[in-house]
Design a protein around this ligand. Structure first.
Ligand SMILES: [Mn+2]
Length: 281
């Protein structure tokens, strides 16, 4: 199983032998991209590093999984990233020898920036202790359907509130949604250009020898809390424009009941389901 490490934007997966900490969406270097637009923010990487080091020293996991978007610039690497990213991971490696990264949409050309022995896994995801992990900008591999629980990132989920003075504030949240496994199997087979015969379940078994079990999806908050994000209660995800890549194909598919998804603050406070939250524009 997977346990959120309240009040941190991190989770722990325990097996009998190892404990793996999972974090997502570091977006190292986002402030360097801002400076191109004339907004100058000092580097936030030391703060991010300190925050991660503190959580690691509290929970002492043996492994770290970064669920995509290590860096911010998409195709290439900015000058600052050349400096910050290797240094960041060299520091973390002193605490955790084994680090894995599943590729996100911002992780093109990430390899030269990572120190040796850090494994980069494809965007199709990976399975750990019966939980399937993938970044969320692309479909996961059909193999992940054998997991009861899937975990994705990419969305940077936040919810908007009005404080008593009327100002809008946003807070990061965890999102827990139910999935329709038949529908999920069906779209995933179609994505893989597999013709469905009889039922999606039978076709998945015939082609991949997998029985679909996925019933829930967790969306992780971004580890980098300076990023913000578009509040989930600003406009229904299902009504957002196709151009909003942040929603991702899985949430667009209709197989995930995002309207009735439960939202939790990082400290674990239950806020209600998404459709219960007042729409704040
Ligand atoms: Mn992403």
């Amino acid at each position: 199983m997977i346990t959120p490490l309240l009040p941190h934007p991190a989770a722990l997966v325990k097996t009998q032998k190892t404990r793996t900490m999972v974090i997502a969406d570091l977006h190292i270097g986002w402030e360097m991209a801002l400076s191109e637009k004339g907004i100058h923010v000092p580097t936030q990487t030391p703060k991010l590093l300190q925050k991660l080091k503190n959580i690691i020293s509290t929970y002492k996991p043996e492994k770290l999984l970064v669920l995509g978007d290590v860096k911010h610039t998409i195709a290439s690497a900015e000058m600052g990233e050349w400096h910050d990213i290797p240094e960041f991971f060299n520091e973390i490696k002193k605490q955790i020898p084994e680090i894995l990264v599943t590729r996100g949409n911002h992780d093109g050309n990430l390899e030269p920036l990572l120190p040796e022995n850090i494994k980069i896994l494809p965007a199709t995801g990976m399975i750990m202790n019966d939980v399937g992990f993938f970044h969320g900008h692309r479909w996961p591999s059909p193999a992940l359907l054998k997991c009861k629980t899937l975990v994705m990132a990419h969305v940077h989920p936040v919810v908007a509130f009005r404080d008593p003075a009327g100002f809008r504030i946003t807070r990061q949240v965890w999102v827990k949604a139910n999935c329709n496994k038949t529908q999920l199997t069906q779209v995933l087979l179609q994505k893989n250009k597999v013709k469905i015969e009889k039922s999606p379940e039978e076709t998945l078994w015939k082609n991949y020898k997998i029985k679909p079990k996925t019933i829930q999806l967790f969306i992780m908050p971004s580890f980098n809390d300076f990023l913000g994000g578009r509040p989930l209660n600003e406009q229904k995800l299902s009504e957002r424009a196709e151009s909003e890549r942040i929603v991702g194909p899985v949430l667009r598919s209709g197989a995930v009941d995002i309207e009735n998804a439960e939202t939790y603050l990082l400290d674990g406070t239950f806020l209600g389901t998404l459709n219960q939250l007042k729409i704040l524009r």
